[in-house]
Design a protein around this ligand. Structure first.
Ligand code: VGL
Ligand code: ZN
Length: 203
């Protein structure tokens, strides 16, 4: 039988927790919220940011450049990040305390050295799909509920693509946290998600 609703967990990984390589303030606070949410969905899908060690979103790959600077990467604007979520490292593992056994499918993104992938659906150039939409469509999913890290990057772009692809899209207010490179980025992201048609919900 078709499963109409899915929970999509975005990048709930150690490097995005306080103390991690790309720490999201209060990022750990989404974990109990998400653990509780998972038991309420028949289908739970998680994305993992999964970079090669020489990924070109890392400032370390661009001598003279610093974290937070913006460069042109094959025609796309790219923010430079600290090295994070390197494939196979502890930082790329599911967050400490997350009930990862309740996750049914895992999708890996950001694996191509030359292009970043904030959305769980496509890379930043919309050049390649991750397979997430096919997975949802094969199961008849019409409605998605999204939580994870970070509000102003991977959560936002996953939500915007979900809306654009026609899923009825919900974002869990207490299940997301922002990087806030610039103050207010998280609030701005929430406005953008709402404008795209997502419902911001308390669950
Ligand atoms: C993310 C920046 C770089 C995220 C991933 O998961 O929001 N942000 N890579
Ligand atoms: Zn990344």
């Amino acid at each position: 039988m078709d499963i109409m609703e899915a929970l999509i967990l975005v990048d709930v990984q150690n490097d995005f927790l306080p103390g991690g390589a790309l720490a999201v303030p209060e990022g750990d606070q989404v974990i109990p919220v998400i653990n509780d949410l998972m038991s309420r969905f028949e289908l739970v899908v998680a994305t993992r940011d999964w970079h090669p060690a020489d990924h070109l979103s890392f400032a370390s790959q661009h001598p003279g450049r610093k974290v937070g600077e913006i460069i042109d990467l094959d025609g796309l604007e790219q923010i430079l990040w600290p090295d994070h979520c390197v494939q196979g490292t502890e930082g790329a593992a599911f967050a400490e305390g997350l009930n990862a056994d309740d996750i049914h499918h895992v999708l890996y993104k950001g694996t191509d050295r030359r292009i970043d992938s904030y959305s769980g659906f496509f890379d930043n150039g919309h050049r390649k799909a991750t397979g997430l939409a096919d997975l949802l469509d094969d199961r008849g999913v019409k409605q998605v509920t999204i939580a994870g890290l970070a509000t102003d990057y991977c959560v936002k772009f996953t939500v915007l693509d979900a809306c654009r692809l026609g899923y009825e899209t919900r974002v869990v207010r207490d299940g997301i946290r922002a990087v806030n490179l610039n103050p207010g980025d998280g609030d701005k992201a929430i406005d953008e998600m709402r404008e795209a048609g997502a419902q911001v919900v308390e669950m």
